[in-house]
Design a protein around this ligand. Structure first.
Ligand code: FES
Length: 213
């Protein structure tokens, strides 16, 4: 049984307690509740599922059906699955291109590590079924903080001058590229998890299940 779609477009603003790093709330719920514009994308859908009848079922692991027809290039949608934030990002051609640049810089470019095994259908250069649509769990593989969107390229605080776009975990500075691949020599031991998922139609995703029963 599938839950209903509930999501938040946008990402997490940050500030800082550790010198050199942005500070963000440690729980993803706080992040989505306070989501703001990132890269010019405004919050479009409030996160309103707290009291929905299906919440208990979803927390127990029921798959979540998501309509991504309104998701534009460069936008991110966050849905909840098993109590975790799952990001769905429609990457722009430039963001997909950036993966070639980051490939030699990431710790596990082929997603071979096993801490968060990547499904076979996402063991490719873009870590996704459709090249442009990335589906990943927004929880750092180090100690569980929720990384912040850093989609803008170029020099900015806590990031290298040649930053190609991706995510920064505010807790201990791990960085991930636009496919959720962790950069080398960071505290996070693995890439961001790709959850089981499948397409029910061209614009409908099912998160939490990857084959028909
Ligand atoms: S929890 Fe992300 S770097 Fe430590």
């Amino acid at each position: 049984m599938s839950g209903t779609n509930s999501g938040t477009l946008g990402g997490a603003p940050g500030a800082s307690t550790e010198p050199g790093f942005d500070q963000s709330k440690r729980t993803w719920i706080a992040v989505t509740a306070g989501a703001g514009a990132v890269g010019g994308v405004a919050v479009a859908v409030p996160f309103v599922s707290t009291f929905a009848p299906s919440e208990r079922a979803r927390a127990a692991g029921a798959p979540v059906q998501v309509d991504i027809s309104a998701l534009k290039p460069g936008e991110k949608l966050t849905v909840e699955w098993r109590g975790k934030p799952v990001w769905i990002i429609r990457r722009t051609p430039e963001q997909l291109d950036s993966l070639k640049k980051t490939e030699p810089l990431v710790a596990d470019p082929k997603s071979d590590r096993k801490q968060y095994p990547t499904p076979d259908y996402a063991k490719n250069a873009h870590r996704s079924i459709k090249p442009e649509v990335f589906v990943g769990v927004g929880i750092c593989s180090h100690l569980g903080c929720s990384p912040s969107d850093k989609f803008a390229t170029g020099a900015q605080p806590s990031l290298p001058d040649d930053w190609a776009g991706g995510f920064l975990c505010p807790c201990h500075g791990s960085t991930f590229d636009m496919a959720g691949r962790v950069f080398k020599n960071k505290p996070a031991p693995d890439n961001l998890e790709v959850p089981p998922h499948m397409y029910l139609s061209d614009t409908t995703l099912l998160i939490g299940e990857d084959k028909k029963a």
